[in-house]
Structure formats: structure tokens, C-alpha cells
Design a protein around this ligand. Structure first.
Ligand SMILES: *Cc1c(COP(=O)(O)O)cnc(C)c1O
Length: 412
């Protein structure tokens, strides 16, 4: 009989979202007339920008004509898209990133997992707590951890708590680590990293020959001008950081699929015997072998994000969600709740009231206001005592959900 990868058996069986679904289903069955509003999911709700639709329709037409039909494209993405990303997302912000350093892909979720292919199995790995579960689970699958304890922490990983006590900044570790996952603006807490905080991380990484895996999926939601949008805005980051970006949240591509990863040409790793190797070369080889590129049609759609029309439409989408976030923050504050995030990210991170646990507060909101959040404890041990609300919803639903919460509860 074929042997399996037993690391999969160490995974806590995808507990969070199935458990939410189970509780919502049970409540809905017992209360068939309740109109449940879901503010739990990290998925966009508004349709694609018109500029992207137009570009994709034109690309579909091209595919139907012999002269303009395209087969396999370059695995790293078409040069016209990589060029626009380099110019608009990086060079315009003073970051010295070239088109060659951009690798277009079908998602940041897969890239943040796949990147482990090019790193050794004996790296010390640090993640924040709470965390986007993909970073942890892909390391478990790759055999980089031991078993999970009763709090859900895996042996062998270094957890960096991000809580109100440290202003949601991941403290620089005392020990030496080799790979560090950072996500700012943060999912799930909605927190951001200042320039000074990121500089401290870049300095640490350079001093310790570590690599930062920087997930900037939410950079478009930054409203405060002092907050960096890219790790490459920080001097020295090109020597120690890989950045993941996605069109999922800014342009609503969660179902369309397009993202990119930036691997600087001068980024180095080393072999067991101390020889330096270019990381770019390894990722190029990995993608060329295991990936066949993103659909031509979708890449044309992503390219349209960088037109004047596309930029304006994406800005309007972001503004729409951030207005939802503002409403959530203000109404919950009125109800006497302590809230974080929601200023530079589409997530509001709510401190549970009256000493309730994450799941107790989840149940209370569901049963009394028929509103679904995401228990913070599901994102890591340090998320206990918090609940995440997402601004990805219709205005109508957000207002209705907040009316219910403010009229049902007074935690003042
Ligand atoms: C949504 C999200 C992404 C984007 O993933 P895609 O696969 O590109 O849709 C990446 N990182 C985080 C933390 C996210 O929440």
C-alpha cells in the first residue's frame, strides 16, 4: 500500500471555518426566520471593475481568432504585465524593483505555500500569533514542525504574539530565526506596521542572514500616508525580503485569480556547506517546472488595473469597503466595545467584552444579533479574547448588522 505524507496527520483538522459553519447551520435550523448576516468571511462581495471586464472580453475575442490566439504564455507572466506592476506598484514609490523580479501567479495563497519548495528543511521559522493559517499549515505539511500542543501551537515554530499589549507589532525575536512571515496590513487584526517597525525587521534579517516573507495582500487599503505599502520602501529590504501581492482584495479577483511574487535578483540563501545561491534562480526554476502561467485573459484583466480607468475603479472599490470598516468601528465603539484595525485594512478586530472567550462572544453575536464573526482564537492562541469582523459586504448588510448590535447590546 502506498505510504502517505504523515505530516498531514499533524494538522489540526481545518477546525475554524467548518466549526463556524456548523454553529451557523444549527442556529439557522432552530431559527428559520432569522436573517443571518455574515461578517466572518475574508472574501470580496462587489463585482469586478469595468476596466477589467472590458479587457478580459477583448482578450476572449482575441483567443477566438487564429492571428491573435495564444497558447502557453511565459511561466513568469507576460512582460507587459510584469512591466506595469514594476512601474506602478514599485518604481512609482521609489522602490528599485524591475519587471524581471516580478513572478505573476494564480494566487498569493499558493505562492506563500509553494515558496517552501526552494528552502531547506532545517530553517528556524517565525510566524505571528494570530496568523493567516496558510503559513503555518504549509510548514506542517512540509515536515518543518513537530506536533501541536493543546493550544494549537506546533513544536518547532517560533510564535510572535501580536496583541493590544504590544500595539499589534511583532516583537523582534531574541533568538536567531531564518524565515519570518509578516503580513501587513494584517489579516486578521487589521493592524499595520510603521516604517520604523519594518526597518527593525529588515535590520534583524540582515544581521541574522534571515529572509522575510512579506505578505502585502492588503496594501491597497492603507489610508494613512506614513504607512509603507511595500517592504521594499525600507532601505536594505532588497537583500532580505520576498514580497507577495495579489489582485484578490483590491480588484476583487478572488474568483478570477491573479497575484504576483517579488523575488529580488540580489537575494541570497546558502547551502549546507556555506555556498551562496541566488534565490531568484531557484524560484525561476521552480515556477518554470511546476507552473504553466496564468491565463492570458486574466493577465489582460490584471493589466487593466493599471489604466487610469482601472485605478479609479479600484480606488472606488477600496473606498467602499473602507467606509464599511469605518461604520463597523464607529458603531461598535458606540456599543461600548473596544475595536482595533479597520483604518488601513478591511478587518476590524474586536476585543471581546465582559471577559468572554472568542467563541462565547461569537455565540452571543450569532444568537442575539444574528451576526456571524470569526473567533480570534481560530487564528492562534494569542487571538483568544478577540473576534474578527470583515468589511467585505454590502453597505445594507453592514448597516443592518450594526443596527442590530447597537440595539441589542450596551457594553458601556
Ligand atoms: C486574501 C489573502 C491573500 C490573497 O490570496 P489569493 O490566493 O491571492 O487570493 C493573501 N494573504 C492573505 C493574508 C490574505 O488574507
Amino acid at each position: 500500500m502506498a505510504r502517505i505524507n504523515e505530516n498531514y496527520l499533524k494538522l489540526k483538522a481545518g477546525y475554524l471555518f467548518p466549526e463556524i459553519a456548523r454553529r451557523v447551520k444549527a442556529f439557522a435550523e432552530a431559527n428559520p426566520t432569522a436573517k443571518i448576516i455574515r461578517l466572518g468571511i475574508g472574501d470580496v462581495t462587489e463585482p469586478l471593475p469595468e476596466a477589467c471586464i472590458k479587457a478580459m472580453k477583448a482578450a476572449v475575442e482575441e483567443m477566438g481568432v487564429r492571428e491573435t490566439f495564444r497558447g502557453y504564455g511565459p511561466e513568469q507572466g507576460y512582460p507587459w504585465l510584469r512591466e506595469k506592476i514594476a512601474i506602478h506598484d514599485y518604481q512609482s514609490r521609489g522602490c528599485d524593483i524591475s519587471a524581471e523580479e516580478i513572478f505573476v501567479s494564480d494566487g498569493s495563497k499558493c505562492d506563500t505555500g509553494n515558496i517552501l519548495d526552494i528552502f531547506g528543511d532545517d530553517n528556524k521559522i517565525a510566524v505571528t500569533d494570530p496568523v493567516y493559517p496558510v503559513y503555518v499549515d504549509t510548514n506542517v505539511m512540509a515536515g518543518h514542525t513537530g506536533k501541536a500542543n493543546e493550544k494549537g501551537e506546533y513544536e518547532g515554530l517560533v510564535y510572535l504574539p501580536i496583541t493590544a499589549e504590544n500595539n499589534f507589532t511583532a516583537a523582534i525575536p531574541e533568538e536567531k530565526v531564518d524565515l519570518i512571515y509578516l503580513c501587513f496590513p494584517n489579516n486578521p487584526t487589521g493592524a499595520t506596521a510603521t516604517r520604523e517597525h519594518l526597518q527593525a525587521w529588515v535590520d534583524y534579517a540582515r544581521d541574522n542572514e534571515a529572509i522575510i516573507l512579506f505578505d502585502a495582500a492588503y496594501e491597497a487599503f492603507i489610508t494613512e500616508p506614513s504607512i509603507p505599502h511595500s517592504i521594499y520602501e525600507i532601505p536594505g529590504a532588497k537583500d532580505c525580503a520576498i514580497e507577495f501581492r495579489s489582485f484578490s482584495k483590491n480588484a476583487g479577483f478572488t474568483g478570477t485569480r491573479c497575484a504576483f511574487t517579488v523575488v529580488p535578483k540580489n537575494l541570497k540563501g546558502k547551502t549546507r556547506d556555506g555556498q551562496q545561491v541566488d534565490i531568484w534562480q531557484l524560484w525561476y526554476r521552480r515556477q518554470s517546472t511546476k507552473f504553466n502561467g496564468v491565463s492570458y485573459i486574466v493577465q489582460r484583466g490584471a493589466e487593466a488595473v493599471y489604466t487610469e480607468e482601472g485605478k479609479a475603479q479600484v480606488a472606488a472599490l477600496v473606498k467602499f469597503y473602507m467606509e464599511n470598516a469605518r461604520i463597523i468601528r464607529e458603531e461598535l465603539t458606540k456599543a461600548g466595545l473596544k475595536v482595533y484595525g479597520g483604518v488601513n485594512a478591511p478587518y476590524v478586530w474586536v476585543k471581546t467584552p465582559e471577559g468572554l472567550s472568542s467563541w462565547e462572544f461569537f455565540d452571543k453575536l450569532l444568537q442575539q444579533a444574528h451576526v456571524v464573526g470569526t473567533p480570534g482564537a481560530g487564528f492562534g492562541a494569542a487571538g483568544e479574547g478577540y473576534l474578527r469582523l470583515s468589511a467585505f459586504n454590502s453597505r445594507e448588510n453592514v448597516i443592518e448588522a450594526m443596527n442590530r448590535i447597537t440595539s441589542t447590546f450596551n457594553f458601556n
